[in-house]
Design a protein around this ligand. Structure first.
Ligand code: C2E
Ligand code: CA
Ligand code: CA
Ligand code: CA
Length: 279
């Protein structure tokens, strides 16, 4: 009926309106998040599969907003990229993570790798490398101990602009990791041309590792390709012992996931991995 149609249209308009209002609020709150000190960092451990020892951590950003509560990264990172806020937020992550991990290394008597997620927008910003190096230098961490993770999909859309920046970063000694590997469209063709020394197998493949023959052979193949290209291979989203055993069998280098540890606050990280020196 006509009334029903009208009602549908009204309902439709209203839900769009609510979405727009939510986005507006989110953006407004995001603009003040840094100055209100609403961001904090968590660290998810990465273990060497052979020997089960701590290899490094991936820093994962968290936002606890005064009115929206905990907002997940998949909601605010794209918005931060669209609004340009990602530059300042990204530098916050770099500065605080480097400081934390330098402290961890000093106090725990260890030398762990720090992985940092980068948006391609950050990478192609004019002064990015200077800004990065400045912050790392302040903490005394070596460039070699820092891995920069770039998501495969977005990398390709900015390939021409991003490639020389990645090359400069490699020349300085930083490691480059291709994140969410396997979800992009032409993964293999640029493995040789990009200055990459690590690949991270996407969680979706690890998730189906034991239930799908296709995922199993894909994971096995990615690990073999990584080895033949002299790259480290990281499996993300490892949740079960069976998955870990299979990855070990295929000689995957590094595992990350809830089986080993959730993303931890810095204090939790230090408690969980106490000094190897102390007796
Ligand atoms: P990502 O880089 O793929 O990070 C891995 C995500 O998987 C994290 O989600 C982590 O909490 C989650 N995860 C880890 N282990 C498991 C597991 O065993 N099972 C399952 N189901 N999930 C697991 P999170 O923290 O919500 O981050 C989502 C995405 O947001 C990240 O995906 C990354 O792309 C982005 N992100 C997070 N922090 C930053 C940042 O500082 N800068 C930028 N540019 N992006 C960030
Ligand atoms: Ca990542
Ligand atoms: Ca990933
Ligand atoms: Ca992922």
């Amino acid at each position: 009926s006509k009334a029903r149609q009208k009602g549908d249209v009204l309902f439709f308009d209203q839900s769009i309106n609510e979405q727009v209002q939510h986005d507006f609020l989110l953006e407004e709150e995001l603009r003040h998040a840094l100055s209100r000190d609403e961001f904090y960092l968590t660290y998810q451990p990465q273990h060497l599969i052979d020997g089960d020892q701590l290899h490094g951590v991936e820093v994962l950003l968290r936002w606890n907003n005064q009115s929206l509560g905990q907002v997940p990264p998949f909601e605010f990172i794209p918005l931060a990229e669209d609004t340009g806020l990602i530059h300042e937020i990204g530098l916050f992550v770099i500065e605080h993570a480097c400081r934390d991990i330098a402290k961890f290394n000093a106090e725990q008597g260890q030398q762990i790798q720090l992985s940092i997620n980068l948006s391609p927008k950050q990478l192609i910003a004019k002064d990015f490398i200077n800004q990065l190096v400045k912050r790392v230098d302040c903490t005394g961490l070596s460039y070699q101990s820092i891995t920069l993770e770039i998501t495969e999909n977005v990398l390709i859309s900015d390939l021409v602009a991003v490639t020389p920046v990645l090359q400069q970063l490699r020349d300085l000694g930083f490691s480059i990791s291709l994140d969410d590997f396997g979800t992009g469209y032409s993964s293999l063709s640029y493995l040789n041309t990009l200055p990459i020394n690590e690949i991270k197998i996407d969680r979706s493949f690890i998730n189906k590792l034991l239930s799908s023959d296709q995922s199993d052979s894909l994971v096995k193949t990615i690990i073999a390709i990584g080895a033949s290209c002299h790259m480290k291979v990281v499996a993300e989203g490892v949740e079960t012992n069976e998955q870990l055993q299979r990855l070990a069998q295929y000689r995957c280098d590094i595992a990350q996931g809830y089986l080993l540890a959730q993303p931890l606050k810095f204090e939790q990280l230090c408690e969980r991995y106490p000094s190897s020196q102390s007796a």
